[in-house]
Design a protein around this ligand. Structure first.
Ligand SMILES: *Cc1c(COP(=O)(O)O)cnc(C)c1O
Length: 472
């Protein structure tokens, strides 16, 4: 493709992009294709000769779009959002065009230095400790794996990286019963063994019970285990429960255990002064993660990972170990040494665009409005005689179920609510997902899409009520 054609199609695509975002509500939120339907439309072999961009683009619209679930649709209330925004999309276009590989400072100084500055901006915006060191990772799963590997290396004096495990190593990791599956994955990959995760019981608000954590750590020490790391969650995936980080940090401090705080979704709310109390105690953490790619209007992927002890992180991941180096500490960051992959995208650019384009007050307004809409929805659920709320709503996730008076049997209620969810999602008008809380099937509504307005939440509530009644 020559430059003239690139220009022509780029203009055409930008028009399509603007139309798509303008008309997004015309699409069904959740894709309606059947399994295999897209695969069968893609030729089994790669084309031997060039095809025209017109043909390729027309196939994108014909084949790909029907197989897309529209995450940027304002009535997307499923999972946690992967919200984007126009300034973020514009920055991604530039990033793709530059096509820079940002593993070292040299391979694009602007990428390394902007990453350093953006991580400082985010820390200030969230009132995180100024002495923490930040790095952008692809996902919270990767950041949590980095935390557990770094804890493993620091506590073994960097021995396991060199010699492998010894028979004496009996590390244990602690997290609540509501913790994200990425913790178990990280423990497995780090070679610690998923049998060595202690799932700590939660209270009636689904938050970790610190007295049980303390007891478990004492028991483990008595039995010859080495408590390695506690993962506390601010905003669990099920119901955005808030673990008591301050109490957990005190226990970690007393027993010299690494504290990793997973605020993957809720972390964006720390930019609101009135929500900052939910984060009390995080300054005592050894590592902290949150995802601007969930609730800060920045395209996936963009995870903010902070550590207190930068040297421990670098010693874990550097191929040339820190202790073999002779020069003074480098004034620049080579981020390949701050995590797992060597190659890295220029992800800081989209953060720079988003933060400048909205301003801190613009970002605060948006997140505040999402929380207000969710609190409104919570009141509707509480006021409705045949609906039941199943968890507190500290932010913008509401867990509830339909519970008509005529029905008390748990299994029937589960089936009724699973049917309700499927009917709602099949309508194409809204998309919700579910979770289980106290062994009850719960519908889970997250209000955090970039363009969601009260009209969308009103429509969702009407639809949920009507659909629920129609199922009886
Ligand atoms: C979404 C989520 C994760 C995983 O995030 P990825 O960036 O997709 O790896 C981890 N923990 C919590 C609490 C989450 O909500």
């Amino acid at each position: 493709m020559d430059h003239a054609n690139f220009r022509k199609y780029a203009h055409q695509f930008v028009d399509w992009m603007a139309d798509y975002l303008e008309d997004i509500e015309k699409f069904p939120v959740r894709s309606r294709v059947a399994p295999g339907e897209i695969l069968n439309q893609l030729p089994e072999t790669a084309p031997a000769t060039a095809e025209s961009m017109d043909q390729i683009f027309s196939d994108f619209q014909r084949i790909v779009l029907p197989g897309i679930t529209h995450w940027q649709h304002p009535s997307f209330f499923a999972y946690f959002p992967a919200n984007s925004s126009p300034p973020s999309v514009l920055a991604e276009m530039l990033t793709a065009t530059l096509g820079a590989q940002c593993m070292l400072w040299q391979t694009s100084p602007a990428a390394a230095e902007m990453e350093e500055r953006m991580m400082q901006w985010l820390a200030q915006m969230c009132q995180l400790p100024a002495e923490w060191h930040g790095v952008i990772q692809d996902t919270a799963s990767t950041a949590t794996l980095c935390a557990i590997l770094t804890a493993r290396e620091k506590f073994s004096q960097y021995r396991i990286n060199r010699d492998g495990f010894s028979i004496e190593d009996r590390f244990v990791v602690y997290a609540s019963q509501q913790t994200h599956s990425s913790i178990e994955k990280a423990v497995k990959i780090a070679g610690l063994g998923s049998e060595n995760i202690r799932q700590i019981a939660v209270d009636r608000d689904f938050a970790l019970r610190p007295e049980i954590l303390e007891q478990q750590i004492r028991d483990d020490i008595r039995h010859g285990f080495q408590p390695l790391c506690v993962v506390a969650t601010i905003g669990t995936t099920g119901s955005t429960a808030i673990d008591p980080v301050e109490a957990i940090a005190a226990i970690c401090g007393a027993h010299n255990v690494w504290l990793h705080v997973d605020a993957a979704f809720a972390g964006s709310a720390a930019i609101l002064p009135e929500k900052r109390p939910l984060f009390a105690g995080v300054e005592a953490a050894d590592s902290y993660v949150f995802n601007p790619h969930k609730w800060l209007f920045t395209n996936f992927d963009c995870t903010a990972y902070y550590v207190k002890d930068k040297n421990a992180l670098l010693r874990t991941f550097e191929i040339l170990p820190e202790y073999l180096k002779t020069s003074e500490e480098s004034p620049v960051n080579n981020y390949r040494d701050w995590g797992i992959p060597l190659g890295r995208r220029f992800r800081a650019l989209k953060l720079w665009f988003v933060i400048r384009s909205y301003g801190l007050d613009g970002l605060q307004q948006k997140i505040r409005s999402h929380i207000q809409l969710a609190q409104q929805f919570k009141q509707w659920i509480d006021a409705a005689a045949d609906f039941q709320r199943l968890a507190p709503v500290p932010l913008n996730t509401i867990c509830f179920r339909f519970r008509p008076h005529s029905l008390a049997d748990r299994e029937q209620l589960d089936a009724l609510n699973a049917g309700l969810l499927e009917t709602l999602n099949a309508s194409g008008k809204i998309y919700l997902t579910h979770t289980r809380l106290n062994d009850c099937y719960a519908l889970r509504m997250v209000i955090g899409q970039t363009s969601v307005q009260d009209s969308h939440v009103n429509q969702a509530w009407r639809l949920i009520q009507e659909t629920a009644k129609s199922l009886l």
